[in-house]
Design a protein around this ligand. Structure first.
Ligand code: ZN
Length: 270
């Protein structure tokens, strides 16, 4: 199963590469074949095998010998690893709750895309937020159908509570980030972060959303301090926050409950 998830991650990763290249410039990514960036020649199927093609072709275009970006194989590999790690921490979920498992892999994919796009372009595309909301409502409908057929629809833990926790987390997370944007007058964060926080609340629910935001602020703050000390940035200069939210979201997805427990035990002991 690990191998299967890993290979699936590699292929998803190569599709994510296409989205990352085409989404910011508004190109269609479901149609049109992949092309070499330098000579615009359409790629053959054997030039689009994740990792393998890059290694076999030595990281160069077959005809024009232009050097291909390391971003491609690196992102494919990262996606594969992130999928496998998620599976390793949630092996039971695949069998007990496959709807959530697939939803979370989708969520992880959007986190990877927005991390790269936010670093490169400083924006968080609305499409990613919309896609997560859509997948949440699709998942909700599927869960409801599942709960009804199992006869547990009215049992609070089966459907109603998780649904309410997602909606509340989304609204509160969105409002929290909106207030930051409002207070800092958009200097610290932008509207993209607000929308992303909302979408993350939907997917993660409670308490994972809280942990995701908490972790992202700790790591983001730590990174900012390092930049200030090393003199790479001056005070008042902004850094994209999307990647830190994405990282926090992924960590919350893996260890959400366990991190909260650790945090609570640390504070009750003091
Ligand atoms: Zn070429």
């Amino acid at each position: 199963m690990i191998t299967l998830i890993g290979f699936f991650g590699l292929f998803v990763g190569s599709f994510l590469n296409v989205i990352i290249e085409r989404l910011p410039v508004g190109e269609q990514f479901f149609y049109g074949r992949s092309r070499c960036d330098a000579c615009k020649r359409s790629l053959q199927w054997y030039e689009m095998i994740p990792l393998l093609s890059f290694l076999v072709l030595g990281g160069k275009c077959k005809t024009c010998h232009a050097v291909l970006s390391w971003q491609y194989p690196l992102l494919e590999l990262s996606t594969g690893i992130l999928f496998v790690v998620y599976y390793l921490f949630n092996q039971l979920q695949l069998y007990v709750d496959p709807i959530t498992f697939v939803m979370n892999l989708f969520f992880i994919s959007t986190l990877i895309i927005l991390t790269v796009i936010d670093i490169k372009h400083g924006i968080i595309p609305d499409e990613l937020v919309v896609a997560n909301c859509a997948i949440f409502f699709l998942g909700t409908v599927l869960r409801l159908i599942f709960a009804i057929t199992m006869g547990v629809a009215l049992y609070p833990g089966a459907f109603i509570l998780p649904f309410l926790s997602s909606i509340t987390s989304a609204v509160l997370a969105g409002m929290f980030f909106y207030s930051i944007v409002w207070i800092t007058k958009g200097k610290g964060m932008g509207g993209g972060d607000v929308k992303l926080a909302f979408a993350m609340g939907l997917i993660l629910g409670h308490p994972q959303t809280l942990i995701a935001i908490y972790v992202s602020f700790i790591i983001g703050g730590f990174y900012a301090v390092i930049l200030l000390i090393s003199g790479k940035k001056r005070f008042g200069q902004t850094i994209p926050f999307g990647p830190f939210l994405a990282l926090g979201g992924y960590i919350a997805l893996l260890w959400g409950e366990r991190l909260l427990q650790l945090y609570l035990t640390m504070f009750t002991r003091v």
